[in-house]
Structure formats: C-alpha cells, structure tokens
Design a binder for this molecule. Structure first.
Ligand SMILES: [Zn+2]
Length: 88
C-alpha cells in the first residue's frame, strides 16, 4: 500500500466514524436537515456502519423494553467494546 492509498483509506475511515457519531441521533429521529438522508444513504451501502446501527438499535430497543434492568453505562460499555472490535 502506498502513501496515497493509505491516506484515502484513512479519509474513508474518518467518514465512517463521523457518520457513526450521528447514528444514535438518527435512530432516535433527532437528525435535521440533510443529515438524516445522508446517514440513511450511507447505511444502505456500508455493511460495517449498518451492522453498527443495527446493534445500536437493538441496544436502544432493549433499554426501552426493560427500563432499569440494564444500567445505561453497562450498555454503553458493551457498545464501545463492539465498536472497538469493529475499528481494530
Ligand atoms: Zn460506513
């Protein structure tokens, strides 16, 4: 891999990470303007981010279904571990 390829890959990766910061808000329907469609379009073509979104959705769902059963920080820790595995 040459330097240009490495730089391209890094830029792409930065796009994924930027998008993932919006995924939580997207799932909550809190994104405004062009952000919602942008996230939706990316999730449609990116299996890594759509997997991440799906996991986040399930966690949110289980938190809603059983309030108080799973401490939010525990779910967040699990999610962070999952995200770390993905980014490794
Ligand atoms: Zn992605």
């Amino acid at each position: 891999m040459n330097a240009q390829q490495a730089a391209d890959e890094c830029r792409q990766w930065a796009r994924h990470l930027r998008l993932r910061r919006m995924v939580g808000a997207y799932l909550d329907g809190e994104l405004t303007g062009a952000d919602g469609p942008r996230v939706a379009a990316h999730l449609a073509v990116c299996w890594m981010c759509s997997g991440y979104a799906e996991t986040l959705r399930l966690i949110k769902q289980s938190l809603r279904a059983s309030p108080g059963r799973t401490p939010p920080d525990l779910a967040e820790t699990r999610l962070r571990r999952f995200a770390e595995r993905l980014t490794r």
